[in-house]
Write a protein that binds this ligand. Sequence first.
Ligand code: UDP
Length: 451
Amino acid sequence: MNNRCAVGGTVSPRTPRRIATLSVHTSPLHQPGTGDAGGMNVYIVEVSKRLAEAGVEVEIFTRTTSSDLPRSVELAPGVLVRHVNAGPFEGLAKEDLPAQLCAFTHGVLRAEASRPPGHYDLLHSHYWLSGQVGWLAKQRWGVPLVHTAHTLAKVKNLQLAAGDRAEPRSRVIGEEQVVAESDRLVANTPTEARELIDLYQASLDRVSVVEPGVDLDRFQPLPRVAASAGKLAARKRLGLPERGRIVTFVGRIQPLKAPDVLIQALAELCARDRDLAADTTLVIVGGPSGSGLDRPTALIELAASLGLRDRVRFLPPQSGDDLVAVYRAADVVAVPSHNESFGLVALEAQATGTPVVAAAVGGLVTAVRDEVSGVLVDGHVPGDWARVFDRLLRAPHRLTELAHGAVEHARAFSWARTASGLLDVYREAMEENRARLLLRDHADLAGAATW
Ligand code: UDP
């Protein structure tokens, strides 16, 4: 038997041997933190690796976005990224992709047709565009469709940032269709599960909560005795001020993520205590994304207009050890998003031993334990954020306490746990699908006998 499940340590005939993962609009090979690449990309990479380690082969279908991409790339042993041609390679925005779903679906179906029958046991689609492709593929292949939304238009539209574009009705309809057609819906948190049920009429028995994880081997705290030296080394590595306090934002730069609130909060901090503000640097890490692409210099202009140009530092998207250094260099990592399905940045920072100040929205309420691993802030009034920074940055002991709490809290999340949770969902979906197909065959036979 080749479908051994190492995650749970058990062998089950219903564990998938091979799954097709759909990620239409963004590739797991893209650098997260800019454009359309973010937490979903990290999620797919990490989960796929853990599933492959557990004996489940993963093939990830994504759109070809450059003429020099090979047809397939091995991301890790057992994980293959397959490029599907759908529309011009370059110059298509995410908003243009609904018109390419037919071409993408055609590419996925053609790829499967060249394999032996029954090649994939299950489809897992990420984001509604992929869900639309999965909807058709599941009918053709007779396999279950598991869907993860990552963000939901109705939720986003309820919490729009000033100047942000509302998600169109066509997306809402597309999401409703995917919710109705999926065999299982994976929610990152109980809050998201509720949103799927209340706003999208998902049936309770088809929604499963599986929390995302964090790479605990990569994002590690330094031992207490080495913490100060580690912080200094991280700051040197990144060319950041070696002295003073640092508050850091990490992520795709767009109004939804609200980095502007942090610049305004720094201005408020200046008004409260000029010395503390003069000793504090706000570091913004990431690249423009979504409606942030309309005005990529907006934050620089805001900082300049508030007289803070020398207090705000911008760094391009970071990866590998540089990203770990970003978290280590900070006294506090701030996640002021208007909405967040989960908030991987918050977990990564905490795992590294840096407390997080986050907006009390969406998944951040799960990702951060208020006054234990960080502080949750209601709303986005800059004065409220300034008050929290003022309180924390003046109290190194409190920051140390929160740093301990942060490491403890993050330790509960791992990608192995996420993969194990997903495998449970996959097994349930496959079992139900098998029963459904048996019933259908039975009904067909009974019908033939009547004739
Ligand atoms: N990220 C990165 N480099 C950057 C900025 C962000 O690798 O410069 C990664 C970050 O480590 C995290 C992901 O992008 O894993 C962002 O995920 P999150 O859930 O915080 O936000 P999302 O992008 O899903 O909205």
